[in-house]
Design a binder for this molecule. Sequence first.
Ligand code: SME
Length: 160
Amino acid sequence: MEGKKERYELLLKSMQALITDEIPAEGNVSNLLALLRQEFNLFWVGLYMRTSERKLGLGIFQGLPACTVIDFGRGVCGTAVQKEETVIVDDVTEFPGYIACHSEAKSEIVVPGYKDGKIDFVLDVDSIELAAFDKTDKHYLEKVARLLEKILYSSKPVTA
Ligand code: SME
């Protein structure tokens, strides 16, 4: 099997190919998240959107029903917003303030997404494996976040 980098490179190509201006942004985001979840057999993949100055609310996702509201500074998602950086957690039981939406999740990565220079969402990815995420995931999931920003906020056609 190809390495993780190669799989991400192919995944990004599939994502680009699937995005279309003919459908609402929600359809494109759902497809991207579904592709990501499928490729790496992930437990849960989704977005939490900024809903106010201090809160995130559940957005589009693929997987089981999840927690709905997360305060900034709380959990892995709220910590990524507060630190304004990607957060990788190898073992969620060791993360202070971890918000357990599902007992199956063992490790997690949360990547911020920006609108007009300000964090407007986080891409949250959960695995049932311990330490499933590393620098390669960070690198490519940050690229996925850029693609999501383009779909959600670009005034130009997303396929351009
Ligand atoms: N575990 C996250 C909450 C969201 S779920 O993983 C879907 C957190 O601690 O922020």
